[in-house]
Design a protein around this ligand. Structure first.
Ligand code: USQ
Length: 406
């Protein structure tokens, strides 16, 4: 297949591009390199040293003889360029990762909220609009988030996208319907993914676009089979308070002797998936497109759920790290349970990589190898969800706001 990977320079986009190129597909990365600009804005860098996208693709070609093509296009701003590219290349499938993906970054300031909404919603809408205008019957696979459902404890498993409901009619009957599971975003970033869902539902219904939305959990790990092949193919690995995600952050913190930064009581339960499974899921989704005229296909792309404090205690037990119980910069439930259905991928052959000491130790080793690149002052998460919270969570690069360290 000829596949356009929008956002193919990012944390999941890059290993996905390699995985699909390795499987024999013709890969075109379309990216505006915004993630690299945001590193510059924040004054941070990936823990792992990343080469330019051109250098990465050159090394991949030298290693495998396969070409990955790169096109510098901003989906949100360059509609005509995007449309022109699709008109010339007419890909069979499009994978859409081209969105600002960090909740803390999206909550930093009014400017960051505007940027996240404008960028994410315009990117998705420009893409859908161009597909219709060009009568492009490509299968669109979008990387969504488990966060569209929210994390409240309702005592029922979260289904894969749709919820059967009974609606009482005016003449007293009950009619059954399946609706999109009520969205309950916890950040501006998560909200943009809820808006994406509405755009997808409309374009599938109105124009018959074939769309798959992957509701992904928190990704952990850094290497995949392909990124291991050469030092310069390494994936990015974020540790800072905006872009680092919880388990990867704990592992890096353990490697550099920084107390593990648990927010509140660490009672938040979240869904997780290893990066290797993430790229496998995307390939499985590509092989199983929905019918034209059907509804949006939704998969829950996660393999297990864990409570944050359990992860911290596990990493502490494995490495001897201390745990810091910090005031939570986010507005979120202090404790929640989470049960998630994920049978669709399992039935299509996904064999989950679960949290095992071997893989966790490998990540700590990667972190130790590149520990000299870590700026400890960028470890605390200082983006506060509301003004009230901001007043309590002051920026403190030395970690003096630690409530207690166990
Ligand atoms: N947390 C800590 N300590 C930290 C960092 C996070 O206790 O140092 C807590 C947070 O308060 C939160 C949980 O860990 O309760 C998860 O935070 P996270 O930063 O790992 O994940 P999140 O902000 O939800 O976002 C990440 C990705 C996003 C993806 C989402 C999937 O950045 O792109 O959509 O995970 S999910 O969480 O399932 O919605």
């Amino acid at each position: 297949m000829k596949i356009a990977v929008l956002g193919g320079d990012g944390f999941v986009g890059w290993p996905t591009s390699l995985h699909l190129s390795d499987a024999g597909h013709e890969i075109h990365i379309l990216d505006n390199l915004s993630r690299r600009w945001i590193d510059t804005e924040l004054g941070v860098q990936s823990l792992t040293p990343m080469d330019s996208i051109q250098e990465r693709t050159r090394v991949w070609h030298a290693e495998t003889g396969r070409r990955i093509h790169f096109h510098l296009i901003d989906l949100a701003k360059d509609y005509e360029l995007l449309k022109g590219w699709f008109a010339r290349h007419r890909p069979d499938a499009i994978i859409h990762f081209a969105e600002q993906r960090a909740a803390p970054y999206s909550m930093k300031s009014d400017r960051h909220k505007n940027y996240t909404v404008n960028n994410n919603v315009n990117a998705t809408h420009n893409l859908l609009n161009a597909m219709v205008e060009l009568d492009l019957d490509a299968h669109l696979v979008h990387l969504g988030t488990m966060g569209v459902y929210g994390y409240s404890t309702v005592g029922a498993a979260i289904p894969e996208g749709y919820l059967p409901v009974g609606i009482e009619t005016m003449d007293g009957r009950t009619v059954s319907q399946e609706i999109l599971y009520p969205s309950n975003p916890g950040s501006i970033y998560h909200m943009t993914k809820c808006l994406d869902q509405q755009l997808f539902a409309f374009y599938a219904k109105n124009d018959g676009l074939r769309i798959t939305d992957l509701h992904q959990g928190i990704v952990w790990g850094t290497h995949t089979e392909q990124t291991r092949r050469h030092a310069q193919l390494v994936n990015r690995f974020d540790y800072d308070g905006d872009y680092g995600t919880v388990l990867n952050r704990f592992l890096i913190q353990a490697a550099i002797g920084y107390p593990l930064t648990v927010h509140g009581t660490g009672g938040q339960t979240r869904a997780f998936i290893h990066i290797q499974d993430s790229v496998r899921c995307i390939e499985i989704a590509l092989k199983n497109p929905p019918q034209r005229g059907g509804r949006v296909e939704i998969f829950n792309q996660m393999t297990e759920t864990h409570r944050v404090r359990d992860l911290a205690e596990m990493v502490a037990g494995m490495t001897g790290a201390q745990i810091a119980w910090l005031p939570n910069p986010r507005k979120e439930a202090a404790e929640n349970d989470l049960v998630v259905k994920n049978e669709k991928f399992l039935n299509l052959g996904l064999a989950p990589t679960t949290l095992g000491e071997g893989l966790l130790e490998e990540i700590v080793d990667v972190a130790k190898k590149f520990a000299y690149r870590v700026d400890r002052s960028r470890v605390p998460a200082v983006s506060a969800w509301t003004r009230d919270i901001a007043a309590k969570v002051e920026h403190d690069p030395e970690g003096k706001r630690l409530k207690s360290v166990s």
